[in-house]
Design a protein around this ligand. Sequence first.
Ligand SMILES: [Zn+2]
Length: 163
Amino acid sequence: MAERLTLRTGIGYDSHRFEPGGPLVLGGVEIASDVHLHGHSDGDAIAHAVTDAVLGAAALGDIGGMFPDNDPDNRGRDSIEMLILAVAAVERAGWRVGQLDVVVITETPKIAPHRQSMRERISAAVGCDARDVSIKGKTNEGMGFIGRGEGLACLATAMLYRA
Ligand SMILES: [Zn+2]
C-alpha cells in the first residue's frame, strides 16, 4: 500500500528546558540570550522536531533511535548535522522533503526577527526552498512550564514526495 503513495506526512514534537548562559541555538540560528536550551546535543528543539517529522513521514523511527543520547558522539552535537543525516536516510528510502511547517511555543525569545534565517538554515539542511519552510512563534499565554519560562516546545509537520 505504502509503495503506491506519492506523498506522505509526518509530525514531530520536542521540548527543552532553559538553563543559564547563552547563546541559544534554535532553528540552526544562534540567538543572543542569557539562557540556552539544555540537552545532550545543542538542544535545538526546532531541528529536533523537524528531524522527527521527516523520519516519521518516512516511517524510519525517530531521532532518539538514530542518535542515542548515551552515545558520546552525540554530546553537544550540531543538530543541523543530525537533520542532514536523517534527510539522507529518508532520501535513500526514496523520498524528498517537499515542505515543512513549524510552531515554536515559547514566551521568549521572539521568533519573528529570526524567522528568515531559520527558514534558510532548515531549508538548506532538508534540500528544499526556503519558501517551502514555515516557522511560526506562539506564546502559551503564561500557562504551564512554557508560561513560567522554564523551557520551550516545538511542533513540526513534514510533507515528503516520492523522488
Ligand atoms: Zn530535542
